[in-house]
Design a protein around this ligand. Structure first.
Ligand code: ATP
Ligand code: MG
Length: 624
């Protein structure tokens, strides 16, 4: 279970940053800078609100010592109105402050999310190998949200609160140094409680976050993989696993709540004690000093009682916010770490211009490893001449798809080189390079939207007639026509409502729609009913006709269509030639043919023995 947890939420441990990091703040400021005038305005609002608030005890004291002592009823009404006026004004400033600071915060978050997704779109495949989907989504949503705390309850507000504390202490000193000392006696107790609270709430806040991240990742995987869960009847067991994660979340939450439940009454208690101390010491002075010149007035006593309340509110909210601010710093650190990842596959400063292929694409002694020291391609050399189609066959894991990954620069070669009309691929802008190819991948990915949206992926200008034309070419016309809505039929997430064969036909149509000069096809291995199989074979014929192509082939018919066949084995090219040549040398290809394709040639792909034979081949060739 702990392995599972680690896999689900790997870097939530970094939920806190100990110090407020000025470098991070500097980078955050970049997002706020466009609104700096509004931020300046909110600082003024916060100053005004707090200054007005600090004035209240003073006014109260004045009323008691003058209007009330002197029996001035009219003056009293006026002063009470003034008191209320101050309060209203302070509240109005608060409302405006909250609105404007949140407005800035939301704008900044909006910019940040947009830049983050643009940054993610610009990354290469290596990046996505390293960063699981769940983590990226967390960065974009919950981390950005946590960051928002910096604004909402954040820095400007903290400044205001510090200001109140300083202002109140200064005001108290003007009235009585002794009573100020009495109030400040509570400081060590406050500090002790605040530190205790911070430690505990931090621990449990961290735990809550971790538990939530784990639970979310678990949910995401299980809802996405629901069919597999149900097919393997894992509902009960997965439910138990979920219940345990859910339980941890609940416990962590309860502990956090307990920390708060203890903290607030403790703070109230200390502030009541401070009030009691003020009344006790001040009251005694008043009794003792009655008639004496240096006596304390009723107003001043009232003033100090008020000041204690005024002082405690910001102290309480500061210790409450401290954790949130630290969490926000940690979030911003994680976000900027993401921003700092640069794609390793990038356009050179002066990319070579790319033109339609005139000569050939060549692999020259290409070696490649996804993981250092685990070579997948071990010295591959071949060429695809213009107008020629090259098929690659070989056991699973031989490195066929890897060839495509390198040719489309989703990864760069470890050594050797791939050239396009003699120019090293690394000299091109990867985006310009990819525009030359139409790619049909092993796993077809359809986006939610309509069929038309998916066909227009490469070319948004495509008219409906053109779409019907490509659908006709890949023999998918009647299938699309039979859907309610036709071209505008809804495609669910990942195209879940279509069969594998239908998805493939749509993928062919999508590739044809951009009328590519170069075609890359990674044929799916799925078994498909005879009729669809027939259609797919015809579609492949249309798609390949007159095009330069690299085809990872599993069907005999596709292989036979190719001008040249490469047999890959353990990351090397074992044999190469035409179908007839390869059969003649009596090697790996011949064995492959006899085990797998001969059935296909006879039974037209519908032979149930074929997959078993293919598996046998895989085992056998792995043993070679
Ligand atoms: N992103 C990756 N990171 C690390 N290793 C990888 C990655 N992708 C593939 N591999 C490894 O590289 C080897 C070759 O994989 P590749 O996908 O090229 O095989 P393949 O010939 O296309 O197989 P299949 O016929 O099953 O599609 C495999 O051993 C695989 O485990
Ligand atoms: Mg593959």
């Amino acid at each position: 279970m702990s392995k599972l947890k680690q896999a689900l939420a790997p870097d939530e441990a970094l939920a806190y940053r100990r110090r407020i990091d000025t470098r991070l703040l500097g980078r955050l400021w970049e997002f706020v800078r466009p609104y700096q005038r509004i931020v300046g305005f909110t600082v003024l609002l916060s100053l005004a609100a707090n200054a007005l608030r600090v004035l209240q005890p003073l006014v109260g004291m004045y009323i008691i010592d003058h209007q009330i002592s002197e029996g001035d009823v009219n003056g009293l009404i006026l002063m009470v109105l003034l008191f209320i006026g101050l309060l209203l004004l302070a509240s109005a400033c608060d409302v405006a402050f909250t609105w404007f600071i949140s407005w800035v915060g939301q704008r900044a978050m909006d910019t940040m999310r947009r830049r983050l997704i643009r940054h993610i779109f610009a990354q290469d495949t290596v990046f996505f190998d390293r960063n699981p989907v769940g983590r990226l989504i967390t960065r974009l949503t919950s981390d950005v949200e946590t960051l928002n705390e910096l604004f909402a309850s954040g820095l400007v507000a903290v400044m205001g609160e510090l200001l109140i504390i300083i202002g109140v202490i200064a005001l108290m000193l003007t009235q009585s140094a002794k009573l100020t000392g009495v109030v400040l006696l509570s400081a060590p107790f406050i500090l002790a409680v605040a530190i205790f609270f911070r430690r505990h709430s931090r621990k449990w806040y961290l735990e809550t976050r971790r538990a939530l991240a784990t639970m979310n990742a678990y949910l995401q995987e299980n809802v996405a993989g629901m069919r597999t869960v149900q097919a393997f009847n894992r509902q009960r067991r997965n439910h138990r696993q979920f219940a345990s994660l859910n339980n941890e979340y609940r416990v962590a939450n309860l502990h956090t709540i307990l920390a708060f439940a203890l903290f607030f009454p403790a703070m109230s208690f200390i502030s009541s004690m401070a009030v009691a101390a003020v009344i006790w010491v001040g009251g005694r002075d008043m009794i003792a000093g009655r008639g004496a010149a240096a006596g304390l007035s009723f107003g001043q006593l009232f003033f100090f009682v008020q000041c204690v309340h005024m002082l405690f509110a910001p102290v309480r909210s500061l210790s409450e916010k401290y954790n949130l601010l630290q969490a926000a710093m940690a979030s911003s650190e994680r976000i900027f770490k993401l921003f700092d990842q640069r794609p390793t596959i990038d356009a050179p400063r002066e990319p070579a211009p790319i033109r339609p292929l005139t000569d050939a694409i060549r692999f020259e002694d290409v070696r490649f490893a996804y993981v250092p020291d685990e070579p997948v391609l071990k010295g591959i050399s071949f060429e695809i001449r213009r107008g020629q189609s090259v098929a690659v066959v070989g056991a699973t894991g031989a490195g066929k798809t890897t060839l495509i990954n390198l040719l489309t620069r989703f990864y760069d070669v470890t050594s050797g080189r791939i050239t396009y009309d003699g120019v090293d691929l690394r000299r091109f802008d990867p985006r310009a390079l990819r525009r030359q190819f139409a790619v049909v991948l092993q796993e077809v990915f359809l986006f939610s939207g309509t069929i038309a949206d998916n066909l227009r992926l490469a070319n948004p200008e495509l008219t409906e007639e053109e779409m019907w034309e490509v659908l006709r070419q890949v023999r998918a016309e009647d299938f699309v026509a039979s859907l309610a809505g036709g071209l505008h039929a809804e495609v669910s997430e990942r195209g879940g409502t279509f069969s594998t064969g239908q998805k493939q036909l749509l993928a062919f149509a999508r590739a044809l729609a951009s009328d590519p000069q170069l075609l890359i096809l990674d044929e799916a291995t799925a078994n498909i009913d005879t009729e669809t199989e027939q259609r797919i074979q015809e579609a492949i014929g249309t798609v390949l006709a007159g095009r330069t192509a690299l085809v990872i082939a599993h069907r005999l018919s596709t292989i036979q269509r190719a001008d040249r066949i490469l047999v890959m084995h353990h990351g090397q090219i074992h044999e190469a030639g035409t179908h007839a040549e390869l059969l003649a040398i009596d090697g790996l290809y011949r064995r492959l043919y006899e085990l797998q394709y001969r059935h296909e040639a006879v039974a037209d792909g519908g032979d149930p023995a074929a997959p078993a034979a293919a598996e046998q081949l895989t085992n056998e060739s792995q043993a070679l």
